[in-house]
Structure formats: C-alpha cells, structure tokens
Write a protein that binds this ligand. Structure first.
Ligand code: SF4
Length: 303
C-alpha cells in the first residue's frame, strides 16, 4: 500500500520524488531525501541550480527530527519504501566530513525496513561502508569522464575520477552493488566515442554492474556556466541546442537522432561487456535493458 496523497503534503524532508514533473522520467516510484540544501561540488551542468540557485551545501535545519517523523508516517502505509539520497544535492559534499549529517541519517534509516539508493559523485561514501554493508542499498556513482583536468573543470569541488573509480572498487568488493551514472554527456566536451567506451570498461572492471546515461539538457543558467568555461564552443552549442534542438518541459534538448548517436558508444559497450543499462529522461526505450533506469533494482529487498 502507498502513502495516501493526503499524508504526502505533511512530509517535510523525505518527499515523493518529482523529477521536476518531466514526462520522460522513467524512475520507479521513490522518495528523495537531501540532507543538504545547495551543493558545494559546483558542477557546471547542475540542473538543481535553476530551481534552488547556486549555493554551497548547507545542512537542513532539524533534519534528524524531521527524518524520524517522516519515516514514521511513511512506514505506517508502506513496506520497504525506496528512498533515494539524494536527487538535487550530493549527500557527500566536502562539508559532510565535518557535519556527518548523511551518516546520521543513514544510522537511522539502517534500523528501518527501507530500501536505499545513494547517488553521489564523492568517494567519501566509502567512509560509511560499515552502515552500507548492513543496509538494503545500492550506490550510484557519477563519472562523466576519465580525464582528470576536464573533470576538474566540469565538477570543480568533487573528488577526481580516479578516486571515484577506487570507491566503486571498494564498494563492490564489500558487496555493495554499484551503478554508474555517465551523466551528462555534453557535445564536444566529453562525447568522444573512444573515451566513452574506455570509461564504461573502466567502471565495469572496477565493479559497476549497471550504467545509466543521459545527454546534457540546457537550462539558461547551466548553459551560461558551460559557455563561460568553454567559450570556443558557444557557436556550436547554441546551434545544437537553441536552433536545431527542441524544448522539452522547460529544458533545451538536442535533436533526438543526435541524442541517440551520442549515447550509442556507451550503450553498445554495455552490451558488449554484459552489464545492464538505461538512459535518463531521453525517451529512447531501446536503450534500456534493466528492470530500473536509476539502478534501484540493485537494492536487495528483504523478501
Ligand atoms: S553533485 Fe549534483 S547536485 Fe551537486 S552540483 Fe553537481 S550536479 Fe549539482
């Protein structure tokens, strides 16, 4: 049984996941829990900033009390709800080493019958292996490139690709299932087919068992940040997104044929190496061979 709609509005921090109402979202029904507001990783392409502004990770006020209250409400009606931590800010920003807020939330969640999907681009997640090993959980780690200097430009305050690969290795060795998000793929930036294939091979040999990928979708603020960082691409990106592309639910998308072409090396490589794969908000059903797009099928259920 699901939580009745009348109770949903009373939830304060564990909220039903709403991918900004995107009609192309294929995520399973789940809740989202962001211990922090804002995100210090400062990725150029971040989608959340157009909704909440660009700001550093700030702990949510009274988080623990609110988590306990929401959880109690949800568990009255649902058996093993799926909670994704987090969807609009990273649960492991640099500040987490000080506040340990995500860890405190995990300590609570681990004691309850919930399924957990942790989405992060931080290797700090391995700090909590003692809890993750006991939890019904999977971890989705974002890796957009193996090129260290490009990653530094795209995701200035996030751990390097090398550190993320080590985290994937460590988690899988400890039997925590790992999915990888190759997301977003940005034309002329990280779309080299040979590099994308190499990336899939690296993450899979590090232990990832599912790959989800997606092309970059432009919003006015993230597009401006990209152009500031890559001024030489302005003309080409404007043509692809604002002249030839299409508007989908408030985002500028690439042409459908181009989206398919950009993601093809990743999908083909996943097929070759034999891991499950899916795309995120693309509307390309033939690019999915997995029970879930987001990797939540990797989360063990008690049943
Ligand atoms: S880690 Fe995610 S939420 Fe944080 S800045 Fe990067 S894209 Fe945005």
């Amino acid at each position: 049984m699901f939580l009745p709609v009348m109770y949903m509005s009373a939830l304060s921090v564990i909220r039903p996941f709403d991918p900004w109402r995107s009609p192309l979202c294929t995520c399973p029904r789940k809740y989202t829990l962001n211990p922090y507001t804002g995100c210090s990783h400062m990725c150029l392409y971040c989608y959340a900033t157009s909704y909440i502004g660009k700001r550093e990770s700030t702990p949510k006020r009274d988080l623990i009390v609110r988590v306990v209250r929401d959880l109690k409400q949800i568990l009255r009606f649902e058996t093993e709800p799926l909670i994704n931590m987090s969807t609009s800010s990273d649960p492991y920003p640099p500040e987490e080493t000080i506040h340990k807020l995500t860890r405190r939330v995990l300590e609570i969640l681990c004691k309850h019958p919930v399924r957990l999907l942790i989405t992060t681009k931080s290797s700090l997640v391995v700090r909590d292996l003692d809890l993750l090993r006991k939890a019904r959980c999977a971890v989705a780690i974002t890796v957009t490139t193996l090129d260290e200097s490009l990653a530094k430009k795209l995701e200035p305050n996030a751990p390097s690709p090398r550190e993320r690969l080590r985290a994937i290795e460590r988690l899988s060795r400890e039997d925590v299932p790992v999915a990888v998000r190759i997301d977003p793929v940005i034309p002329f930036v990280n779309d080299d087919p040979a590099e994308l294939r190499r990336l899939v091979q690296e993450v899979v040999s590090s232990g990832a068992v599912h790959v989800v990928t997606s092309t970059y979708k432009a919003r006015p603020d993230n597009f401006r940040r990209l152009l500031d960082a890559f001024p030489e691409l302005e003309r080409k990106l404007r043509r692809l997104y604002y002249e030839e592309g299409e508007k989908v639910h408030g985002y500028r998308y690439l042409r459908p044929d181009l989206r398919k072409k950009l993601l093809a090396p990743i999908i083909e490589c996943c097929r070759t190496v034999g891991v499950s794969y899916a795309v995120c908000r693309e509307g390309i059903p033939e690019y999915r061979r997995a029970p879930s797009c987001d990797g939540s099928h990797l989360v063990r259920s008690r049943a």
